[in-house]
Design a protein around this ligand. Structure first.
Ligand code: AHG
Ligand code: MN
Ligand code: MN
Length: 332
């Protein structure tokens, strides 16, 4: 069974850029993921659950583990000399790692991260995650990292992935040649390839949406929910919604299902963040043979205008996403 390191060294992920940079990057991801895994696993015993008493840039209550995870990943990126700029859901501005910018190693990465996804599930022992997205520096003038390096379209991503802290801890990623999943053996601290070439199964089964927002949805979404519940052909689908995008997506990619966080009357631009959540999950979705859309347009083709911008988000097997887009076109 391959370890993650062996998998990269043997180029099993088909990565076409610098292997050294990729190894350095995953060395920092693995270290931080293990530190967060350890903390998450004993969260009920320590003082690391609950609110930090602060609000993040989105005005949402920051949990202690949100901050712990943010700091752990940032510190780990800083020490591996491969990341030159970071934007995090938990930080207002992007962070430049100055001393690394003139580093001679081949690729320097821009990383965008949701350090802890599914914060509302921390205190109740339900799966949470970390989502990451990597771009190359946009400008050849390496001394001038600007906001434009961070506002690249999702179709420019070179790596995307997530860590799920669930019944086991897994790291799932793509470099544009399929989606591969590794499970942490916590007894020796090693990630082993357990899920090579993940793709959506043929048969769709599940729909995932926060149904409590039903009255706030547009007509197209309401009609689609009713369609999912109709008894016809292979419907009704099963409803499953955790409230952690990583957990909901991980289940849907394995069992076959659509995830939706559409606009609502409360969140007219949707709730999820384009750069930290939707783009990386959209890249993984497409690499697993699915489709990710805002209802009208491919997520990966949206030109971001600001770091913390939100977007309506739909991802899943092609057939289901196409059907939902049909409903949106017809009823909105
Ligand atoms: P985060 O914890 O990073 O702020 O993300 C929470 C997101 C996402 O993970 C989840 O799918 C969604 O918010 C749940 O929102 P609702 O509680 O409104 O359903
Ligand atoms: Mn999130
Ligand atoms: Mn988060």
């Amino acid at each position: 069974m391959y370890t993650l390191g062996e998998f990269i060294i043997e180029n099993k992920d088909g990565y076409s850029h610098s292997k050294e940079s990729l190894l350095r990057f995953f060395s920092s991801i693995k270290l931080a993921a293990k530190a967060v895994h350890k903390e998450v696993n004993k969260a009920g015993l320590t003082k690391n659950i609950g609110s930090s008493g602060k609000k993040n840039i989105q005005g949402e209550n920051q949990q202690k583990l949100d901050f712990f995870s943010h700091k752990t990943f940032i510190d780990s990126f800083k020490s591996r000399e491969v990341v030159c700029g970071i934007a995090s859901e938990e930080s207002r501005d992007f962070i430049i790692i100055d001393k690394k910018i003139n580093n001679p190693i081949e690729d320097q990465y821009i990383v965008l991260i949701d350090p802890l996804d599914g914060s509302s599930n921390i205190d109740v022992n339900v799966s949470i995650g970390t989502i990451f997205s990597v771009y190359k520096m946009k400008y050849t003038n390496k001394c001038k990292l600007t906001i434009n390096d961070f506002l690249q379209k999702g179709n420019q991503q070179i790596i995307a992935g997530y860590i799920i802290y669930g019944t086991s801890t897994m790291l799932v990623y793509t470099t544009g040649n399929g989606v591969h999943g590794f499970t942490l053996d916590p007894s020796i601290g090693t990630f082993y390839l357990s899920h090579p070439n993940i793709s959506f199964p043929e048969k769709e089964k599940i729909y995932s949406i926060n149904d409590g927002n039903y009255v706030k949805f547009s007509n197209g979404i309401k009609k689609f929910i009713r369609y999912c519940q109709e008894e016809y052909e292979n419907r009704p689908y099963t409803a499953r919604y955790i409230g952690s995008l990583v957990g909901d997506f991980h289940r849907n990619i394995i069992h076959g299902g659509i995830y939706m966080y559409p606009k609502t009357s409360l969140f007219p631009n949707g709730k999820l963040r384009l750069l930290y959540e939707c783009n990386p999950i959209a890249f993984l979705t497409e690499q697993a043979g699915g489709k990710a859309s805002n209802g009208y347009k491919r997520i990966l083709d949206i030109q971001p205008a600001s770091l913390h911008q939100r977007t309506p988000f739909i991802c899943g097997p092609n057939k289901m996403v196409n059907k939902l887009e049909e409903f949106i076109k017809k009823y909105e």
